[in-house]
Ligand binder design. Structure first.
Ligand SMILES: [Ca+2]
Ligand SMILES: [Ca+2]
Ligand SMILES: [Ca+2]
Length: 385
C-alpha cells in the first residue's frame, strides 16, 4: 500500500485581518468601497522565515503584497529581485515581522551581484539591514513613490543605497545608516553611502541619514538630472583607506552634489560633514542654482564648502577647521556664512564618537552635543529642523 504524502500547505499566506473584514463587508459593494476584485485579491501578507521564502516572496510580490520577515539572518545566493510595482494605495511592503531584527547578508552572492534590486514603484521597505553584498547593497531603479525607512546598508562591495534610472520620482529615503561600503574591484573609487546617480526625476528626499566610513563619498549625485532635497543628514570619515588598499582611489567627499555636467538645483539643508578626507560639501561640476542652507562642515581634509564654478546660493552655513579654505566662484551668491564674516558660535562638542550613538526606537537620529551650537542663525542643528 502506497502512502500518499499530503502536499504541504503554503504557509504564512493570509489576509490582514482588517483587510479580510473589509473585503467580506464589501462583497458586492466593491464600487462603493473603492475596491475591485483584483485589488482585494492582491492584498495579502506573506510571512517568511527562510532565505528561500524571502527570495520567492520578493520574486512573487505584486501590488498590495506585504512581505513580513521573521527576525534572523538571511543569506541569499542570488539577487533579491523584482520588477513589480505597487500603487499609491496598494504599495508593496517589505518589513520585519513584529519586532524581529532582520539582516540580509549578501556574502553568499555571486560576484558583482546587487543584494536587493527593485525595478518598480511604490515599494515601502523598512527596518532592515542589507550588508556584505558583492556589489551594491540596495538598488532602486526608476521608482515613483518609494519609501525606504530605517534601513542599514553596510560593508557592501559597492554603494550602500542607490536611487537611479529615468523617472525616479517622489521617493523618500529616511533615517538610512550607510557605512563601510568599499568596492575593492575599483580600489574604492565608487562605493558611496548613498548615490542618486544616472537618471532623472523630481521630488526625491533624503532625510536623517548617517553616511560614514565609505571608501568613496558619503553622498553622491553624479549624473542625476533632477533636484533632490537633502536634510538633517550627517556624513563623516568617508574616503579613509581602512582596507589597506595599496592603490586606493576613494575620493572622500561628505556631500558630492553633482557631476557629468548636470546643472541641478538641489536643496541641501541642515546637514553636517566632518572628518571626511576631501571636501565637506562640493558642487563637483554641478553649475545649477543649488540652495545650501544651515549646514556645518568641520575638520574635513579639503574645503568645508567648495562651490567654484556654479551658481549655488549659500546662506547661514558654518565652516570650521577645514584643511583648505572654502571656495566660492564669481557666480555663487553668499550671505551670512562664516566666510562672510559671521563669527562661528562655540561648538558644544567635537567628539565624533557621539555620532555612533544608537538611534531612537523610531529610527530618529540620536541626540548629540557634537557640533551643536544652539544658534538659530548659523550652522546645522544636528537633529531635525
Ligand atoms: Ca569616486
Ligand atoms: Ca562617489
Ligand atoms: Ca578617486
Amino acid at each position: 500500500m502506497s502512502v500518499t504524502r499530503m502536499k504541504p500547505r503554503k504557509r504564512g499566506r493570509y489576509l490582514f485581518g482588517a483587510a479580510a473584514i473589509a473585503i467580506a463587508g464589501a462583497a458586492g459593494l466593491g464600487v462603493q468601497y473603492g475596491l475591485n476584485p483584483n485589488e482585494a485579491a492582491a492584498s495579502q501578507e506573506v510571512v517568511v522565515g527562510s532565505t528561500a521564502e524571502l527570495e520567492a516572496a520578493i520574486e512573487d510580490a505584486a501590488a498590495g503584497t506585504t512581505i513580513s520577515v521573521k527576525g534572523g539572518t538571511y543569506k541569499p545566493t542570488s539577487s533579491l529581485h523584482s520588477e513589480a510595482s505597487g500603487t499609491a494605495s496598494a504599495p508593496i511592503t517589505l518589513q520585519p515581522y513584529g519586532n524581529g531584527e532582520v539582516i540580509v547578508d549578501g556574502s553568499g552572492l555571486p560576484e558583482e551581484s546587487w543584494l536587493l534590486a527593485i525595478h518598480g514603484s511604490y515599494w515601502h521597505v523598512s527596518d532592515m539591514t542589507f550588508e556584505n553584498s558583492t556589489a551594491h547593497g540596495v538598488v532602486v531603479t526608476s521608482s515613483t513613490g518609494g519609501v525606504f525607512k530605517n534601513l542599514t546598508t553596510a560593508n557592501n562591495g559597492d554603494t550602500g543605497f542607490n536611487l537611479r534610472g529615468d523617472d525616479t520620482v517622489n521617493n523618500l529615503v529616511e533615517n538610512l545608516d550607510s557605512y563601510g561600503n568599499y568596492d575593492a574591484a575599483a580600489n574604492g573609487e565608487n562605493a558611496d553611502g548613498i548615490a542618486v546617480k544616472f537618471g532623472t526625476g523630481s521630488g526625491n528626499v533624503i532625510r536623517g541619514a548617517r553616511l560614514f566610513e565609505n571608501s568613496d563619498d558619503g553622498l553622491d549625485f553624479w549624473s542625476f538630472a533632477g533636484a533632490v532635497r537633502v536634510e538633517d543628514s550627517w556624513a563623516w570619515s568617508n574616503g579613509e583607506n581602512v582596507w589597506d588598499d595599496s592603490n586606493f582611489q576613494g575620493d572622500g567627499n561628505g556631500f558630492k552634489l553633482g557631476g557629468d555636467d548636470e546643472a541641478v538645483p538641489h536643496k541641501i539643508i541642515n546637514n553636517a560633514a566632518w572628518d571626511n578626507v576631501a571636501n565637506g560639501f562640493t558642487e563637483n561640476s554641478n553649475t545649477g542654482q543649488m540652495q545650501i542652507y544651515r549646514n556645518t562642515a568641520y575638520d574635513n581634509g579639503g574645503s568645508g564648502f567648495w562651490f567654484q564654478t556654479g551658481t549655488a546660493r549659500l546662506a547661514r552655513n558654518l565652516s570650521a577647521e577645514g584643511g583648505s579654505a572654502d571656495v566660492l566662484g564669481s557666480r555663487t551668491v553668499s550671505a551670512a556664512n562664516t566666510w562672510d564674516g559671521v563669527s562661528s558660535p562655540a561648538l558644544a562638542s567635537t567628539d565624533g564618537s557621539e555620532a555612533y550613538t544608537e538611534r531612537g526606537s523610531d529610527g530618529s537620529l540620536p541626540a548629540v552635543d557634537l557640533l551643536v551650537t544652539g544658534s538659530s542663525a548659523i550652522g546645522a542643528t544636528m537633529g531635525y529642523l
